[in-house]
Design a protein around this ligand. Sequence first.
Ligand SMILES: [Zn+2]
Length: 385
Amino acid sequence: MRASREELSDLPVTDSHVHFGHLELGDGLMRVMDQLGISRLNVVCTPDRSRLSLVPDALHLKARFPERVYVFGGLDPSPLLIAPEEAGVHFASYVDTLLAMGCDGIKMIEGKPEMRKMLPIPPFDAEVWAPYWAKLAECGAPLIFHVNDPAEFWDAARIPDWARERGWYYGGGDFVSNEQQYAEIERVLGRHPELRVVFAHFFFLADQLPRLADILDRFANVCVDLTPGVEMYHSFAGDPDAAREFFLRYQDRILFGTDIGAKALLATPEAGIELEESRQRVSLVRQFLESDGEFDLAGEGGFLFGASEAPFRGIALPRDVLAKIYARNFERLAGDRPRRLDGTAIANECERLARMIEIRGAAGAEEAGDPSVARRVGAFFAAGS
Ligand SMILES: [Zn+2]
């Protein structure tokens, strides 16, 4: 039988994986969250080619909604270009900068093969990263880490059209392979088993649950999030009993997430945060967790789900397990309320970013950025502190 949205549980839901590409989108994002019944959200920040960092925008949103918004700040990638042999030292000290501003954790997208090709990112187990991993292990800050992509992105015959159009076809030898990155990450975890890492998108192992189980068994501080990739939900549908057993066994290690805002970040910024597209994301994940048997999603436009004939299948988890996946596992990692912001630290970092953007522009950088948002956010916090 199919659970409609009205039949979903009334449990509080924290979305651990939301993107926020510009401070002007804040009201729209919070309206969508209200309409979809999401009580709290975590903004995961990615580097931005021209603006360098979207952390200022996210902290501005958090200042407006301090009880509802968590922020996982992204690294400033410029050391990779300026002083690559010391990048790990700079990243380690940037963890302090992010936490001092009031970030609740760290986000990395540096394991997405496209990023790894675009920036001179060293292998994650290379010596240059060592100070950074040591810092994270020591301070205990949680990390949400995007490593790899769906295996079909390396396969010309199987990659979906929408992914190819975004330049995410990784065949042809120019991109790092997923197996190489799994091996690098396992070595990092072996050296620092205390690292508190959430691998986004189920670590792209939804079709290899025994392998993921082995990783979770060996590294007690590793978690995964449920953010689509729709291919995850087709994989789960292939053997719903095995999926259910996995979710019951690892009920403390799985976090709810949606990627709401990713489309506005990547594809159509002018459209803002789209309610219908966001609703499909929430509906896919929640119906999978809560409904019993087949379900489908009406009227989605292909960005998220592409075309597939096979139905999704739910795993009807018990309420106490849902409560963990929806909110409590994230709270255990990031705190049961968002950390406080430090306006002076934020204003200082905004000024530094604005100057960096100006220097790049003066040096004729390919994508000369606009420092005005960083300046606006900096002035906002300077006035309040
Ligand atoms: Zn994402």
